[in-house]
Design a protein around this ligand. Sequence first.
Ligand code: FE
Length: 223
Amino acid sequence: MSRADDRDHDHDRASEHGHDHAHGDGGGAGHVDLPIAARVRRLEERAIAAGLTSDAELDAFLTRFLERATPVNGARLAARAWTDPAFLERLLADGNAAVAELGLGPADPAGQSYRLMVVENTATVHNVIVCTLCSCYPLSLLGPSPSWYKSHAYRARVVREPRAVLAEFGLALPDEVEIAVWDSSSEARYMVLPRRPENAADLCEEALTRRVTREGLIGTASI
Ligand code: FE
């Protein structure tokens, strides 16, 4: 089996994705040129100036959203998938519908839709997610993203040398396990479904949920 970095069968793969994906902001070149926080602030100021919202309203909205945005949500999806084969099938076929089924709420803070793609780790394929352009991430399922996820080093290197990067995270994968790197955008965001832990046959769904980490759902840890 070929190595992940040589593979060439999916246009969503980071290595071939390039920097042309839209990030839903209509910002054109500014997207790349300005730090994300400055861009967001500029948009907020425009919306406030146009009388569409206020600082207080934005703050209250974000607070409400972030209270519910936690990796426990992603962990619940994983635990349910491990214990319910029919749910696993639905989760892989239509992530958004599966999220709604568990009542995990809207997919992102603005309630805008993106397609949630859940990628399943197997004995032969390990998945890891990135946004090569900025920091697209399924926030409501994974909580606020770690700073390293947004770092230039991670975004650039995980595409070029995923095996080495994962080893630095303490995840040494056997050579025969292929690594698939998925590049997120505003339209499509990914969550990794880790492999069900071994020696967990007698664990209930709730106990399984507690075994899942944020890093497991990003793909930089095994679970
Ligand atoms: Fe992005």
